[in-house]
Structure formats: C-alpha cells, structure tokens
Design a protein around this ligand. Structure first.
Ligand SMILES: Cc1ncc(C[n+]2csc(CCOP(=O)(O)OP(=O)(O)O)c2C)c(N)n1
Length: 630
C-alpha cells in the first residue's frame, strides 16, 4: 500500500493536508519509526510519543524559516522523517549514518544541536532575542519534555524570558516520564495541572468573561486591565507559569491533531512568551513501549511482534558490578547514600533503590544540584555516592570544584560510561573527564582494568577521606568471577604486570588488556614489551613511574580518553618536571568530537586497536635500537 509519507520530502508537502490525511501520516510515521528502531535500536518511546506534536508543529509553523528547537533531540525522529531524511533513516545511529540526535549539518531544519537535557530554552531565547534585535520576523518554538524541565538551566531561561516578554512558544511535552518516571515537586505540579479537571474549563470561562468586559480607552483601559489581572489571579488557582509572565495554554491532548493544530495556531499568534502544556504518552501506539516505557526509552534492537529485546546474554556490565558492590557496602555501612540525576536504570542504582529506598535519591536531570546536594550530605556526616555518566558530570563542574573539592568532602563520584559510548555519539562520549578532573585539587581519580578491580576500588574509595572519582566504561565486563577476591590493591599503586626492556606500555582501564595483546604480538617480532596497569591517574604512582622509566627503552601511555589533558598528559607532565629522558609517546583520542558508531571502529581509526597499536609500536621501535638486541 503506497503511503503518503513517501511523497513528503519537506513540511511544505503536507501543509495543505486535511485532518484525516494528517492522521494517516501520523500512523505511517509511527510505523516507520518502529520498523527502523526495531533493527537499529534508538529512542523509541520518546519518538513515538511526539509524532502528532511534531507533525502539528511543522503544519502550523513555517519551518525551516521559523525555528523549531528540540530539547535533547532524542524525540525528533518524526522531525527527521518529515524534513527530507526518509532515505537515510534506516542508518540512524549507525556509523556514517544519521545521528540519533539533531545535527545542523544534517539538515537546515535542525537549527539546534543537543544531546544533553535542558538547553533548548536558553538556545531558543537566544534566537528569539536575536530575531528582535535584527528586526526579523520568524517565529521560535521550543519543545521540552517534563523531564528536561527539571534541569536548572531551563528555569534560568524561563526567568529571563518571563522578564523580557519576548515572543516565543515553549511546548512542554509532558508524558510524566523522564527515562524513569519523573520525580520531584515540579513533576507533581505538572500532574496537578494535568489532572485538575475544572482548571481548564474554569480558566476558559473566566477569561471569556474578562474578554467580554467593555473595551475602554486611555487610563481607563489600563485600570480595566489591572482589574482583569486582579480578578484573574483572585479567581483562578495560581499557575506558576502565568505568575512568571507566560501565557499558559493547556493542558491539551498531544495525540489529538484536531486540538493540537488550532491551539498551536493561537499560541503562535500570541505576542509574548507562551507555555503550551501538551500531554503525551511515551511509546504511544506500540503496546510494549506503552507498557514498558523505561525499557523502551533507548533500547537496542527488538522484535516488533513480541517487544522482546534481541540481546545476547553476556557478563554483568560495569554499572551492575558498581551497583552490586555499593549495595554490599551499604549493608555494612549505614552512612552510605546513593544519588542519581534521573538515571536509575542506566547507572543501575535502581537495584540500590530496591534495597535501600530511604538512602536513594533521584534528583531529576539536575547534575549540578546532585553534586552540591552530595556535598551537603557529606558535610553532615554521610558518605554520598553520585553515580553519573562521564558526559553528564560535565554539567556539574563548578559544583564539583567549588562545593565538593574545595571543601575536601568525601563524595564518591562513580563515573560511568567513561570512554567511547557508541550510538549516542559526540554529545555523549565520556572522553573529557580526566582532563577536567585532573586539574582540581583534592580529588583522587582511579580506574581499574576490569570489573574485579572496579569492585575493589569502589570498596576502597568509600573509605577515603576526600573526594574520589572512580571511572568505568560502558558495557559488559570481562566476565571475571567476582566472588573470588582479586589481589588487594594498595591505594595509590599501579600494577607492574610485565617488565619490558624495549618498551613499556602504561595503560589505563580496560586498555590494559589491549596492551597485553600488543605485548604478545610484538614478542613474536622479537621485542620485549612491558605492561603497567596504571589504575591511579591522580595521584600518579610516581615511584613506579620512576622505576619503569629507568628499566625500559621507551614508554607508551594508552587510554580511551582525549589526549589533551588525559592520563598520558599527566605522565608527560610528571616526566618533564622530573627531567626523565626516556622517550614517551602518548596514545589516546584526538582533539575532535567523535561521532556515533561502534567503539571498535573508532579505536581502530584513532590507532588504539591492538593491530594499530602494534603497528605503531613496531614502527616506533624499529627506528630505535632495540635494547633487547633483537
Ligand atoms: C544533562 C543530561 N542528563 C541526563 C540525560 C539523559 N537523558 C536523556 S533523555 C532523558 C529523559 C528526558 O525526559 P523528557 O525530557 O521528559 O523527555 P522524554 O524522553 O520523556 O520524551 C534523560 C534523563 C541527558 N540527556 N542530559
């Protein structure tokens, strides 16, 4: 059956559609999103839930002249399909394919790039203000979820916009879900607005009465306006948004195109800032996603019929090992508390929550608050553990420096997804944290080579007197038995696994296993290569570094992190300060934003696969005289 979607290359192609044609288009969008994401994985739930909303926005607004700004961009698959990217859509999140978020170079319809939550309103206010200064006439609309609205930044933008009174529409896409069910007083407030049955009717009735008051001129008119205001506030229950200077429309059913289109038109015409509160359902139209919204927030490939995930069983992930370890520790110590910023599932703190619900805090998408909240808990004698992806810790940088490290408080940052992350791409790579953490006094930074060391390092980190960052990567561990304790780790000590006369690779994290393979490969060529498991980025194990430098012909540092400011950079700084003359070569990631695609692909591209490293080491050593007398 030939559909209508195929003929839509741009919103122009459906702006003349009837309501029933639009509804048919919505169904096709849904089917296409489902058929593709079942193969590729992706942000299924949010995108299915925003289909009608996106359709209505492009129907009402003159995009791309009008600016449509999406928060995060994970809900915008329908937007991609309606703006000339149907052909590329099956490649979403794949290497060299479409991004899972919005990209300005991908389309002129993508006016704003994101990946992190809560930036849309600030970006959109900037565009609206620029428009006014430049005397342009385009419209600006931002779409932000109820989850993203828990980000402090979003309120900073509301604060400015409510003051400026600039013409702009903010669509609050309220599905009462963040990744997990949304939490907090704001979420409860939105629910109240949504469920207060009489609110909308009463609002309309009262506004109708007020509108019908006689039109007066001059000072009388101004007095009349004031009376209307007073009446309005006296009779209607307070609405935070209206108090802040916005016109509030809603709540309206975000799946009913028949109401969405006219309300959006009115909102667009309003000469001032508008909040349009739209109620949607995550996963709408696909039963498994409606019933299991957390699982369908960002699944891998799945079977459409059954909604079953197509996942190979593997060893426990690093996040699981972290959470299990924390639960064990929390059973021993009542002062341990756990914090997540809206990522209970990703960080696996949901497991901690089931065991210690009173000692678990989901603060919403509020990394900044989470860090300072942890500082407060620590000042008062608790042992807070903030589990946060490396990429999202970026947002809490000042709080980490100013509130945690400056006060030298024993906060444990469990830095998850440290390293390359795959399909989420550039905005989510966890490859900067060493650089931004390393400069901060007082914090200790560690990373084990595998999940067994992770377990041990977490156990030790909660005993430290000051702040510690324990990093670990995305995905499964090596499947090591965790019941058997590994070698105890002396705090601050690297592990010198093999000595090597020609070269010693000092590697961080799971890269140690790459180094071991490189050692074997080079042994077949007659080189004697040593391997050190660095473990401590800060403080460095200087004693061991010194001994290594004296015993080997050359040193290679190895990390899955940006070279600039990373572990190797720390070693080079140390060597330079100490006047070490052993040649040092740093291997890590270059100074570019790394797009979506398999981690292995990028490791190879940037010379960090076993093959590439072996090649480079061989070439490097080949130009030197082998100390082992090959
Ligand atoms: C700063 C930041 N922290 C965490 C995340 C991870 N994250 C991605 S989507 C999401 C939930 C967003 O909820 P909402 O805005 O309501 O959109 P929905 O998915 O419900 O449509 C979270 C927490 C993020 N993208 N950015």
């Amino acid at each position: 059956m030939a559909g209508v979607l195929e003929g839509v290359q741009s919103p122009k192609d459906f702006r003349h559609f009837s309501l029933s044609q639009l509804e048919a288009l919505a169904q096709e969008l849904r089917q296409t999103i489902l058929a593709t994401t079942a193969k590729t994985g992706g942000h299924v739930g949010a995108s299915l839930g925003a289909v009608e909303l996106i359709l209505a926005l492009h129907y009402v607004y003159d995009t791309p002249t009008d600016r449509l700004v999406f928060d995060i961009g994970h809900q915008a698959y329908a937007h991609k399909l309606l703006s000339g990217r149907q052909e590329g859509f099956p490649t979403i999140r794949q290497l060299n394919g479409l991004s899972g978020f919005l990209k300005r170079h991908e389309s002129e319809f993508d006016v704003w790039e994101a990946g992190h939550a809560g930036t849309s309103l600030s970006g959109a206010v900037g565009m609206a203000v620029a428009r006014d200064l430049q005397r342009a006439s385009y419209d600006v609309a931002a779409v932000i979820g109820d989850g993203a609205l828990t980000a402090g930044m979003a309120w900073e933008a509301l604060n400015q916009l409510g003051h400026l009174k600039t013409r702009m529409v903010i669509v609050v896409n309220d599905n009462s879900m963040s990744i997990a069910p949304n939490v907090g007083a704001l979420s409860r407030y939105l629910t109240d607005l949504r469920t207060a049955p009489g609110y909308l009717r009463m609002k309309q009735d009262i506004e109708g009465i007020l509108e019908s008051l006689p039109v007066l001129g001059g000072p009388l008119r101004r007095a009349g306006e004031r009376i209307k205001d007073v009446l309005h506030h006296a009779v209607l229950p307070g609405n935070v948004f209206e108090e802040l200077g916005f016109k509030y429309f809603g709540p309206i059913d975000g799946h009913d195109l028949g109401s969405l289109v006219p309300v959006l038109r009115s909102a667009r015409e309003y000469d001032g800032p508008v909040i349009l509160h739209v109620i949607t359902q995550k996963g709408r139209g696909y039963r498994p996603a409606e019933e299991r919204p957390v699982q369908f927030h960002g699944p891998g490939p799945f079977e459409i019929e059954s909604g079953k995930m197509i996942k190979k069983a593997g060893p426990p992930t690093y996040s699981q090992v972290f959470s299990q370890t924390l639960v064990e520790l929390a059973a021993e110590r009542s002062d341990i508390v756990a914090i997540t910023a809206a990522m209970p599932d990703g960080t696996k703190l949901d497991y901690f929550q089931t065991r210690f619900p009173d000692r678990y805090f989901d603060v919403g998408i509020a990394e900044q608050h989470a860090a300072t909240f942890a500082a407060g808990l620590a000042v008062a004698g608790l042992r807070p553990v903030f589990a946060v992806y490396s990429t999202f810790l970026q947002r809490a940088y000042d709080q980490l420096i100013h509130d945690v490290c400056h006060q030298n408080l024993p906060v444990l940052f469990a830095v998850d997804r440290a390293g390359l992350v795959g399909g989420d791409g550039a905005t989510h790579q966890g490859v900067y944290d060493l650089a931004f953490l390393r400069t901060v006094p007082n914090i200790e930074i560690v990373m084990g080579k595998d999940e067994r060391e992770l377990k041990e390092l977490i156990r030790m980190a909660v005993e430290r007197p000051g702040p510690v960052a324990v990093r670990y990567p995305r995905g499964a561990g090596r499947g090591l038995p965790l019941e058997e304790a590994g070698e105890p780790i002396p705090w601050g000590k690297a592990e010198w696994i093999h000595q090597g006369r020609d070269l010693t690779i000092i590697a961080l994290g799971p890269m140690v296993y790459h180094a071991l393979e490189v050692r074997e490969k080079l042994a077949t060529l007659g080189f004697d290569v040593g391997v050190v498991n660095a473990r401590f980025v800060k403080p460095l194990d200087e004693q061991m570094l010194e001994a290594v430098a004296q015993s080997t012909g050359a040193v290679m540092t190895l990390e899955e992190h940006a070279l600039a400011g990373g572990f190797g950079s720390a070693v080079a700084e140390w060597a330079n300060t100490r006047g070490i003359t052993t040649p040092i070569r740093l291997e890590g990631l270059p100074d570019v934003f790394i797009d979506h695609g398999p981690t292995d692909y990028y490791l190879d591209l940037y010379g960090l696969s076993v093959e590439a490293l072996s090649r480079k080491a061989e070439e490097w050593l080949g130009r030197r005289t082998p100390a082992s007398g090959r």
